[in-house]
Design a protein around this ligand. Structure first.
Ligand code: PEP
Ligand code: CO
Length: 445
């Protein structure tokens, strides 16, 4: 493998979706600070996740990734992190039962602070300012001061991620993730809502399975703690490059800011700076593939990013949209599989289904999200390939950002509690409903 590229070499490749910082000295100072910061994750943990994702590629595990479209610094509170984690754990229990394989739990958290945008600027009432690119870059507030990219925010991302990950690590090992407890939250959800009743049967089956385990005296460690991993889109090369360390065990570069990192739909150019950076790090990595991706694009990416064809190394996160997933995804999976390329297929049922309402809210329909996942399963089933997991944008709070679900949120209802600064998220109830509905799909798999 060629040597790890310098930041300057990456910049020579003209990376897309990077902020224009007004003060290079301030950028250098922030990068210098990050280069000496302790790792947030360890290379060995990344390797463990890679093995689990390899299992998902064989159908021996199922990947569940979830979290905000964009984390915010204000969102780093104990309540927010705990609520999100709780719902993810609840979803994971339901999916584990249905899939009868371990669910690999990955948060879009502790680092998901940078966003690609379709336009560089935003205009409101005749005033044009730089677009909001995530808290890693600038402020959401629509003022000239707030929208100027500030490299000190990169250091803040590090600290916010450290605080989040610290909480997550404490929760998942400190009794909070206890299986019985998580199951009790699920039965509360099923009982406390009218539409929850349709999930009562599955909740009852899980209850009996747990009671049986108790009766025979089985009380494995896994009942009391879970493995949880962090992930984010590695978009800002200043941050990601500065957070890369050579692992002393293997002498290989790892991104130590998150266990898994992915390349977004807008930055996956085969000769681009992101692919060049990613091909050198040893973490498990993802690439988003949208409707414009061809099978040849996928093959070229696999060749560049995983030349050794190592299982678990490369995940394709497909986001075609409910309407296009069946005809769009099939030829991709077919050709990649025919070439003997090892990838894990994960569905992102969110980003191909976004639209704006007449009142200006960015939203998605719950039914479209479900339909894309169904399409993803259908494609894999018909080809005899493995649907390895899903990645959703969700929160543990009762927000109103996505239309539909059992609570029947409608267009007018979005105004009630719309909090996302970028894309709409499934709320707590919609996330749980989704888990039960996907569980049904998995059982028929
Ligand atoms: C995202 O995952 O929030 C995102 C921006 O996705 P994509 O790159 O697929 O558009
Ligand atoms: Co998003």
């Amino acid at each position: 493998m060629s040597t790890f590229p310098s930041l300057e070499q990456l910049h020579a490749l003209k990376p897309l979706q990077q902020p224009t910082y007004p003060d290079q000295a301030a950028v250098d100072a922030a990068v210098g600070r990050l280069r000496t910061a302790p790792p947030l994750v360890f290379a060995g943990e990344c390797d463990e996740l890679k093995d689990k994702i390899a299992a998902a590629s064989r159908g021996e595990a199922f990947l569940l990734a979830g979290g905000d479209c964009a984390e915010t610094f204000d969102g780093v509170t104990a309540d927010n992190v705990r609520n999100k984690l709780r719902v993810l754990l609840q979803m994971a229990v339901v999916l584990t039962y249905a899939a009868s394989v371990p669910v690999v739990k990955v948060g879009r958290l502790a680092g998901q602070y940078a966003k690609p945008r379709s336009a560089d600027t935003e205009t409101r009432d005749g005033v044009t300012l730089p677009a909001y690119r995530g808290d890693a870059v600038n402020g959401f507030e629509f003022t000239p001061e707030s929208r100027i990219p500030d490299p000190q925010r990169l250091v803040e991302v590090y600290h916010a991620s450290a605080a989040t990950l610290n909480l997550v690590r404490a929760f998942v090992t400190g009794g909070y993730a206890d299986l019985r407890q998580v199951h009790t939250w699920n039965t509360d959800f099923v009982r406390s809502s009218e539409f929850g009743q349709q999930y009562e049967q599955m909740a009852g089956e899980i209850e009996r399975a747990l009671t049986f385990m108790k009766a025979i005296g089985a009380d494995p460690d896994e009942f009391h703690r879970v493995d949880f991993h962090s992930s984010h889109e590695a978009l800002l090369l200043e941050y990601e490059h500065a957070m890369t360390r050579i692992d002393s065990r293997t002498d290989q570069p790892y991104n130590v800011s998150g266990h898994m990192v992915w390349i977004g739909e807008r930055t996956r150019q085969i000769d681009g700076a992101h692919v060049e950076y990613f091909r050198h790090i040893r973490n498990p990595i993802g690439v988003k593939l949208g409707p414009t991706a061809t099978a040849d694009d996928a093959l070229a990416l696999a060749g560049r990013l995983n030349p050794g064809n190592e299982p678990g190394r490369l995940t394709f996160i497909t986001r075609f949209g409910a309407e296009r997933v069946r005809e769009g995804l099939a030829p991709l999976v077919e050709k990649v599989t025919a070439e003997g390329v090892s990838v894990t297929w994960v569905s992102d049922p969110m980003h191909g289904n976004t639209f704006e309402t007449s009142s200006g809210y960015k939203t998605r329909r719950f039914d479209d999200v479900l339909d894309e996942i169904q399409g993803f399963f259908d494609v894999h089933r018909s080809l005899g390939t493995v649907p390895g997991g899903m990645m959703v944008e969700m929160t543990g709070d009762d927000v109103t950002e996505i239309i539909g679900g059992g609570e029947a949120i409608d267009e007018a209802g979005l105004a009630h509690r719309y909090e996302s600064v970028v894309d709409p998220r499934l709320n707590r109830v919609q996330s749980l409903e989704l888990a039960f509905r996907v569980a049904d799909m998995l059982r028929k798999a």
